[in-house]
Design a protein around this ligand. Structure first.
Ligand SMILES: N[C@@H](CCC(=O)N[C@@H](CS)C(=O)NCC(=O)O)C(=O)O
Length: 317
């Protein structure tokens, strides 16, 4: 698949969850296109694709829309299995590492970064993130907690150092669990990248005490891959409208706990923040993925794919 527009990432440059996907695209050496979406709401060209899911990134392949970096990585691996990034012998582990990186360590990073940036954070960004999280975006509290959060941040980083020290073939040239980089490395690198973009001196100090991690991180960052073709949101909407979703036989796992039936209306929302319910007709559900079909005046028919871990599903609108 050489056409860059076959894979469209709705993203922005400063987004750490987008960086995770950008790194995976590099490691797979895939051609891709980027739509730069706004950092805060509104996101008028994204909503027709996602039915209301607002978080970043979102991947579009034709009229199939993949929400959440976990879903995106899984789909990239399914469609483009070579080189294999869900490393053989370690399948399933990247999701576990991802939960740690995305939830526990990421929240510590947010406190470290915004505690340091404090007064420089624009008021509209704060207001948007308060709405997203349902909590005050209190930079004073983050500033006060920053020394404790920096300690924690370093503790998370040093877990990577321990892994590299203890790993097979530890030392220069080694990756977290294998002789090649994979999704586990991609997941673990995100918070270092995010912090480095915003508080580089702090990260440099921490990495000085973690030489294997510093070397591992720089090797990952040097991955080359392909530069994206930049397209605008309207073009992406036209691509979705002209494509139609990939045909998928309506199937629901028979041990689906809620007894959901293909064709019925269900709603899906993240269970942590940005809890906007997206409703649609159920096309497919299994233990790792749920697909909803939606109809929209702009894009006509689309399929929206969500992961199951970290997402709530309920019957009806
Ligand atoms: N679990 C989600 C989390 C995504 C996330 O929190 N992204 C941040 C940006 S890196 C976000 O959505 N911020 C609000 C926004 O972009 O509207 C994923 O893995 O994709």
């Amino acid at each position: 698949m050489a056409d860059a527009r076959s894979i469209i990432l709705h993203q922005y440059d400063t987004s750490p969850f987008s960086e995770k996907v950008r790194l995976a695209l590099k490691l797979k050496n895939l051609a891709w296109a980027a739509v730069d979406i706004p950092v805060i709401m509104p996101k008028p060209d994204l909503m027709p694709l996602t039915g209301g899911y607002r978080r970043t990134p979102v991947m579009q392949i034709g009229a199939d829309i993949y929400c959440d970096s976990a879903m995106i990585l899984a789909e990239l691996e399914r469609r483009f299995p070579m080189p294999q990034l869900d490393l053989p012998g370690h399948e399933g582990l990247s999701g576990m590492v991802g939960s740690w990186a995305d939830r526990v360590w990421f929240q510590v990073s947010v406190g470290v970064i915004f505690g340091a940036l404090g007064d420089q954070v624009p008021a509209d960004f704060k207001a948007d993130r308060e709405k997203l999280s349902g909590r005050p975006f209190d930079t004073e509290a983050m500033k006060a907690a920053a020394p404790m959060l920096r300690d924690q941040w370093r503790a998370h980083l040093m877990q990577i150092e321990q892994r590299l020290r203890g790993g097979r073939g530890a030392g220069s040239g080694s990756w977290l669990v294998s002789a090649k980089p994979g999704f586990i490395d991609v997941q673990a690198h995100m918070n270092i990248w995010f912090a480095e973009q915003n508080v580089p001196d702090f990260v440099e100090t921490c990495l000085a005490g973690a030489p294997l991690t510093r070397d591992w991180y720089h090797r990952l960052k040097e991955s080359e891959g392909q530069a994206p073709e930049k397209i605008d949101g309207k073009t992406a909407l036209e691509i979705a409208r002209d494509a139609g979703p990939r045909l998928k036989a309506a199937t629901v796992d028979e041990i689906e706990a809620q007894g959901l039936v293909a064709g019925e209306t269900v709603s899906v929302a993240p269970d942590d923040y940005g809890r906007d319910w997206v409703s649609g007709h159920l096309v497919h559900a299994d233990d790792q993925c749920i697909i909803l079909q939606r109809f929209d005046d702009t894009v006509e028919s689309i399929h929206i794919h969500f992961p199951r871990a970290g997402y709530m599903v309920r019957r009806g609108e």
